[in-house]
Design a protein around this ligand. Sequence first.
Ligand code: CUA
Length: 320
Amino acid sequence: MTLAVAGCSFDGPMSTLSGRSDYSRSILHVYSIITWSAVVIALIVFGAELYILLGRRARRTAGGLPPQTRGHTLLEISWTIAPALVLLIIAVPTIQVIFRTQAVSRPRDALEIVVRGYQWWWEYRYPSLGVITANEVHLPAGRQVVFVLEGPDVIHSFWIPLLGGKRDVVPGRVNHILLTADTPGEYWGQCAEFCGASHANMGMRVWVHAPAEFDAWVAAQRAPAVEPTGAAAEGKTIFAASACVGCHTIRGVSAGVLGPDLTHFGSRTTVAAGMWPNTPENVAAWVKNPIALKPGVKMPNLGLTDDQARAIAAYLTALK
Ligand code: CUA
């Protein structure tokens, strides 16, 4: 049954059973050491058990208890040393992987991405590229990336099963993840440390691109926000005149820092940290009454009318 259940998600979007980066492959290597050690130990234990159950049955004394052993120094020492050895065999490669991916000495040509976990969304900054985005992080395939995990908020945990992690995002300290993603595609991630009411709604999408595609994405993100037309232009006016500007940045329009940067919101595939597809309908419902859709969310209900919500949604989704 275990094999069947594992098979169901062997290559799913959040599988831990296949690796798409050097880091996740290292983790799988540690898993395989543990799994095969467990198999060997299980075979030894089951073999010994079978031997005792079947082979030694004849030697039971007639009617009474089998011969009793009280204190056996050799046995005591053996079953203390054996588990210690097993732990050592697991610990050495585990610690090696942790240190190697911790980026204590950061490679000079690694792409730095500063990750900040907030209740309940992710911010990504690319200091060397001048890009700021949220919830969906883009990586170049084949290039080393160092995630700098900063905790301005409660403890979160950064986890992209197919690429590696988990590693905590802790207030007051900086953690690192060093990895090289190798296969272009879409990956899913999830906050893996309980961080409040919407912990389960703190997802992320990860896009790994071929280098040229990645450069195109960077260029698009660095471009100024598009100037909207039609209903979207009306949405911009409403956005600029409402409390939205206190929390969100749209370059050239507002400079809030409490919520995600929305300059290129329309280029993202999901809304509210991976909760729904980024469609005008979903965005309108979201800005109209966030609290009803995401428990505990800090974005308040601004009392927008349906028309206002639709106009803002048209504006935001046009910000490609
Ligand atoms: Cu953030 Cu759980």
